[in-house]
Design a protein around this ligand. Structure first.
Ligand SMILES: Nc1ncnc2c1ncn2[C@@H]1O[C@H](COP(=O)(O)OP(=O)(O)OP(=O)(O)O)[C@@H](O)[C@H]1O
Length: 308
């Protein structure tokens, strides 16, 4: 998947909801597309899926240009879009899959075989003849994922695939996404606000903010960049005494104690802080080093100064 210089301005707006975005997603990767609400993720996915026209820029799906080779490009992906009803609720899971199979130009026998494989894999086979409207939210989402995969496309676009799912359904969908990439070589682009999903599944992450890409690198690299500056937590009894805190440090009260936390480049700074606390007669209960998780990294990135 290659996106270059993609820009989208809605209607006559001067503001670009997607602003000169370029991304390259290698085959077989699970790519996390992250950003706060309104950052431009769904807009980008809708352009990729051919549902919205870009104002400018170029998008290739498996080598096919979404604008110039539309019909071929549309064969390259399956999508589960955010918040919309991706499948027909009055139809059963089985009918939905055969219907989407037909839409994708599949032969009946091929669609039936594939539908059976998908519904079995997602644990829906026993209930395949019930209408989707009566399913739980998790089961509906699984049917949507299955419908997106009916024609076995090389690319899968998933906009918040685990939103509203319980722990077990989230696990099933996550295991599935991993299988799609590792065992079946699919390229997956997913958006989510759930950092554990990203940390567990994504090989690479791009962060978008106010329409612009502010980070695009392997997940591990993103995490390790932030791990260069270790985060520490000092817990003291009672309230915070009068003292100057190192820059960027915050203090919060919890159950009769205060937790002071922040990042330092040199551990000596944290020992100096502990000394100052002791001088102020604070009782230091604990000092711990905290490994930042992706949530910390993400918050750090999106809270940074905005572009002009
Ligand atoms: N149909 C539309 N008409 C006008 N503006 C729109 C339209 N759809 C989205 N926008 C605007 O485009 C910007 C990006 O929205 P988008 O839905 O792509 O963000 P998002 O990153 O997917 O957010 P979320 O995480 O909340 O789903 C927002 O400012 C939004 O208000």
């Amino acid at each position: 998947m290659e996106i270059s210089g993609l820009t989208k301005k809605y209607g006559s707006s001067d503001v670009a909801s997607v602003d000169n975005v370029s991304l390259s997603v290698p085959p077989g990767a699970v790519f996390g597309f992250l950003g706060p609400n309104g950052a431009g993720k769904t807009t980008t996915i809708k352009i990729l899926a051919g549902l919205l026209a870009a104002t400018s820029g170029r998008t290739l799906l498996n080598g096919y240009d979404v604008t110039r080779q539309r019909s071929a490009a549309m064969q390259q992906f399956g999508a589960v879009l955010e918040g919309s009803r991706n499948v027909y609720w009055t139809l059963s899971a089985w009918q939905n899959l055969l219907y989407f199979g037909r839409l994708k130009g599949m032969r009946g026998a091929d669609a039936r075989a594939r539908a059976e494989e998908l519904l079995t894999g997602l644990g829906l086979w026993e209930r395949r003849d019930e209408s989707v409207g009566g399913y739980s939210r998790g089961m509906q989402q699984k049917v949507a994922v299955a419908a997106a995969l009916i024609a076995d496309p090389p690319i899968v676009l998933l906009d918040e695939p685990t939103i509203g799912l319980d722990v077990e359904a989230t696990r099933t969908v996550m295991d599935w996404i991993r299988t799609l990439s590792r065992d079946r070589g699919k390229t997956v682009l997913l958006t989510t606000h759930q950092m554990n999903v990203v940390e567990e599944l994504c090989d690479r992450v791009a962060v978008i903010r106010e329409g612009r890409v502010i980070a695009d690198l392997p997940t591990e690299q993103l995490l390790s960049q932030f791990r260069e500056r270790d985060k520490y937590e000092v817990r003291i009894e009672g309230e915070l005494p009068e003292l100057t805190m190192p820059s960027g440090f915050t203090a919060s009260s919890v159950e009769g104690a205060t937790i002071i936390s922040g990042r330092v480049a040199d551990p000596q700074e944290i020992y100096a802080l502990v000394d100052r606390l002791r001088e102020q007669r604070a009782v230091v209960q604990s000092l711990a080093q905290v490994q930042p998780d992706l949530e910390d990294v993400f918050m750090g990135l999106i809270k940074g100064p905005a572009h002009d």
